[in-house]
Design a protein around this ligand. Structure first.
Ligand code: GSH
Length: 255
């Protein structure tokens, strides 16, 4: 048996541990994080990209402690508290970090309204097509289902990669599409080692784009050592994880 969700490794390691150490002082913005969580990493990337001051607080979201539930009634990380008001949902937080700090650089949303809409459109594709396909592939036990979900994922990735201008989705600017996707690129060794996925097989320049995302400084600074992920993902790979996300994928619904 693997580690139950409530007994996961307690703190960030590697580069992410150094980043945590630099963000212990009290600030107007409190970042409720779980070091292992790809949704957390989205918000964390934006905080680091934009140089926003924040206080890092590690939470084990599986424990559903009353104080944390008062911040996020869904009991999920990431969440933030800014000047005493709370917000949650990774992409909502990312957009808030853009809107509430308009004078900070760089921007993760382009200034042109049409380009902003395009970025939101493809961020939605990441969230609704790529991420669930990745989870379905990870959790699938039947070899035939695994093949189907691998094809589903590759198709969703190809659809996106056709639009990538390079080096990032929109060109030189690192935007919300890149932010939304990067945490799953960093973790794609899980499906590469266990489900036959390969960056090369996606084609269309995916391998090069993925390499750009995973080597971005803000992505490196928010990534923990691989070794501590293996037990967590072992449970997903056996379809035993009891997270809200894992249960939703099993039941064919969103969360
Ligand atoms: N839609 C949410 C998903 C967040 C999420 O599922 N976080 C996981 C950790 S990766 C969590 O807090 N799980 C606790 C649980 O499932 O009880 C977002 O984008 O922020």
């Amino acid at each position: 048996m693997g580690v139950p969700d409530e007994q996961i490794h307690p703190v960030a390691t590697g580069r992410a541990a150094q980043t945590v150490k630099q963000h212990q002082e009290s600030q107007d913005l409190v970042f409720y994080s779980g070091w292992f969580c790809p949704y957390v990493q989205r918000a964390w990337i934006v905080l680091e990209e934009r140089g926003i001051s924040y206080q890092y607080k590690e939470v084990n979201p599986y424990k559903k402690e009353p104080h944390f539930l008062s911040i996020n009634p869904k009991g999920l990380v990431p969440a933030i508290e800014y000047k005493g008001r709370a917000l949650y949902e990774s992409l909502i937080i990312c957009e808030f970090l853009e809107d509430a700090f308009p004078n900070y650089e760089p921007h993760i949303l382009p200034s042109d309204p049409f380009d902003r809409a395009i970025v939101r459109l493809w961020t939605d594709h990441v969230n609704k097509q790529i991420v669930p396909a990745n989870m379905r592939l990870t959790q699938a036990q039947d070899p035939q289902k695994q093949r189907e979900h691998l094809e589903e994922l590759n198709k969703a990735l190809r659809t996106l990669v056709e639009k990538v201008k390079g080096p990032y989705f929109l060109g030189e600017q690192f935007t919300l599409v890149d932010v939304a996707l990067a945490p799953w690129v960093v973790r794609d060794w899980v499906i590469a080692e266990h489900r036959g996925y390969s960056r090369e097989a996606v084609g269309g320049g995916w391998k090069e784009y993925a390499a750009q995302l995973e080597s971005r400084e803000s992505v490196l600074k928010t990534s923990s050592d691989k070794v501590h992920f293996t037990e967590i993902y072992a449970r997903y790979l056996r379809d035993e994880a009891q997270s809200e996300g894992a249960k939703a994928i099993r039941a064919g619904r969103s969360w």
